[in-house]
Design a protein around this ligand. Sequence first.
Ligand SMILES: *Cc1c(COP(=O)(O)O)cnc(C)c1O
Length: 395
Amino acid sequence: MNSQEIVDLNNQYLCSTYARFPVAFVRGEGCRLWDAEGKSYLDFFASLAVMNLGQCHPAVVKAVQEQVATLTHISNLHYIIPQARLAELLCTHSFADKVFFCNSGAEANEASIKLARKYGVDKREGRYEILSTLGSFHGRTMATIAATGQEKVRQGFGPVLEGFRYVPFGDLAAMEEALSDKTVAILVEPIQGEGGVVVPPDGYLRGLRELCDRNGLLLIFDEVQVGIGRTGKLFAHEHAGVTPDIMPLAKALGGGVPIGAMLTTAEVAESLSLGTHGSTFGGNAIACAAGIAVVETLLNEGVLDNCAEMGAYFLSRLQALKEKFSFITDVRGKGLILGAELDREGGKIADTCLTEGVMINCAAGKVLRFIPPLIITKDEIDEGLDILEKVLAQQ
Ligand SMILES: *Cc1c(COP(=O)(O)O)cnc(C)c1O
């Protein structure tokens, strides 16, 4: 099939929920993708911060192939090795003692929200309210659109689940002011991803931790986008030197195989007791085998260091572009989640870049977002940013 035939077939049979670029990919390797016509593209998007090890990483391919040929799926009424091993790996390398597996970021947030409410009932006299931040993104299910601090995701889906309020991101005083005697948890992304790579001021996450400690609240860090090495550490909150009580994960955890996870402490996990939550596919054997390969590769193959080093280089090149083009008003980010904010819409620039052979993304209308695989090389960064520079020069 050629690209046009693939696009037409999709448009005929799929719900039109996505604004798609008219490109159909058929193959990938590392930071490189090929479309149906054989044209190659450099990937600065990693399929939305999912392919942190790039396409078809040998460790992930091997783990998935071996698992699918050995034991494909077992229900959660019985035990399997990969689920326990991945949970052990995640706990060993984080604040957490316990893991609940699901299949997506929204589900990991759902589990976090359910746990916070149950904890409120069990240990906080029935408190239920969760404070989240304006511009946040936590998913597309009914509870997670209620948690998301963007009105547009709720439009047309009322009545919206109660018990959420939104506070400006990065503003500690506003968060403190917003607390009520019903508040049980604070939910934030350590860096807002969909909101346009918004990095909070230094001390914000630590301040939230202290606020939660003083008031007996749960702190939930949504690391669905910025976790799994994206910022140069396994989890983004490690930069701040504080830990949450609950952490939803997904996106990059399965190396492209769908998986979500909610991590928490032993004390908080007591509330997610027998029969209170579940998922048919949660902790599926193939997904967990892939997850083990991803986390071990990140930790043992120098990928985190590469992310930090290449991130610093990428950011320095974006800073040079900002000097050159006055319509770039800010560049920011950490590791390999970087943004260049423009004084204008950025969608057309991203479109043109794709036509010219480099895939970038535009978030929140005006922010060019760069989230390449963490295995990217300096040569690949130069190649992609040279294309971007040419596109920017035509603005
Ligand atoms: C993508 C994302 C989600 C939702 O994940 P899905 O797998 O699409 O349900 C939740 N939170 C954050 C921070 C995300 O970036």
